[in-house]
Design a protein around this ligand. Structure first.
Ligand code: GLY
Length: 337
């Protein structure tokens, strides 16, 4: 617990990790201006109220939860609200919520008046371990996940582990899938905690360790020219499954869990499956392989008919592989129920 500095030159910022940090928003963040608090309707009002109460002039925007609302329409609503409320380039946006709130609020901040300050208060495990670090912001457009977005680093991130202690176990596991992904590709010691240790009892340490791992990657490759692509491990097939299913059937981390399984060597696959099962994450699911392949062909990571993927030959190691769509299709039966 403490402060992790993300060193990105003029875009450097602190991630404050502390129990109760949410309630310190008033002195941790510069809220002496107009502040737009963006949340979805699954976030307890009380969390946004803390920021509203601390702001000199607070405004609120609550959109309906769900990937379907990570859309140009919601972005339009946020930006229009800011114009109508007279926000100028010295004002700021604060996301209080999960990854979708952070991605949309961050994207709105990145383009409003060509870029204004953005703070993030992630309230899910998924957003605490992954999406609050590294400045990726986006909306979905044309049926393609995160197809329109920008890199826009926050001014500060406040992580309060207390707020995730009330989440349902399925939501916690959903977020831990991204931490497990980082462990499996980068950190064999952390992976052994997932395989044999007390995961929930070590939740704070896992959050902190995941942020430290992601910090190293983002500092070396902020704009995903190379190394940062490792964070897409499991996401090619995972996003394909997510796009092929009716909205809300599986959570993002659950789809990534399935997506990781075919992308590792046979020797390490049993360990991965065991670690996923310990968290209650899926290792098999029934899906339409054509629909998954169709979605994969629109993936941002594809160039022509080649798709840039990440493969794990042994625990804690990764390699990049360019694969054809047919090569990926041939792996899908491994996770088909
Ligand atoms: N979630 C992947 C990344 O931030 O690059």
């Amino acid at each position: 617990m403490g402060v992790i500095r993300i060193d990105l030159g003029k875009d450097s910022y602190d991630i404050v990790i502390r129990r109760g940090a949410l309630y310190d928003a008033g002195f941790e963040l510069d809220l002496d201006r107009k502040v737009l608090v963006v949340s979805d309707d699954g976030v307890p009002d009380e969390y946004g109220d803390v920021v509203m109460d601390a702001a000199r002039e607070g405004f609120r925007m609550v959109f309906r939860a769900g990937e379907a609302n990570k859309s140009i329409d919601t972005l339009n609503e946020i930006l229009t609200h800011m114009v109508r409320c007279g926000f100028d380039r010295h004002d700021c946006v604060v996301a209080v919520g999960g990854g979708i709130s952070g991605d949309m609020a961050g994207f709105a901040a990145s383009c409003y008046m060509r870029g204004i300050d953005f703070y993030n208060i992630p309230t899910t495990v998924l957003s605490q371990v992954d999406s609050s670090v590294g400045g990726k912001t986006a909306i979905n457009l044309g049926g393609v996940k995160n197809s329109v977005g920008a890199f826009h680093q926050p001014k500060k991130v406040l992580i309060d582990p207390d707020v995730v202690s009330t989440l349902p176990p399925r939501q916690v596991a959903n977020g831990l899938a991204e931490a497990l992904k980082m462990a499996f590709t980068f950190d064999a010691d952390l992976f052994s905690l997932f395989l044999e240790g007390d995961v929930i009892g070590n939740l704070d340490a896992i959050i902190e360790k995941s942020i430290l791992l992601k910090k190293v990657i983002v500092q070396l490759d902020e704009h995903e020219k190379g190394l940062r692509k490792v964070l897409n491990f499991g996401h090619t097939i995972g996003h394909g499954i997510e796009a092929s299913l009716p909205a809300g059937t599986l959570f993002h981390g659950e789809c990534v869990s399935l997506g990781m399984i075919p992308m590792c060597s046979e020797s390490v696959r049993p360990a991965l499956e065991k670690a996923l099962e310990r968290l209650g994450l899926p290792t098999r699911f029934s899906f339409d392989e054509d629909a998954v392949c169709e979605a994969i062909s629109h993936d941002k990571k594809s160039t022509g008919d080649r798709i840039s993927t990440v493969f794990v030959p042994e625990i804690g190691k990764y390699e990049f592989r360019d694969m054809g769509l047919n090569d990926i299709r041939a792996l899908l039966p491994l996770i088909q129920k």
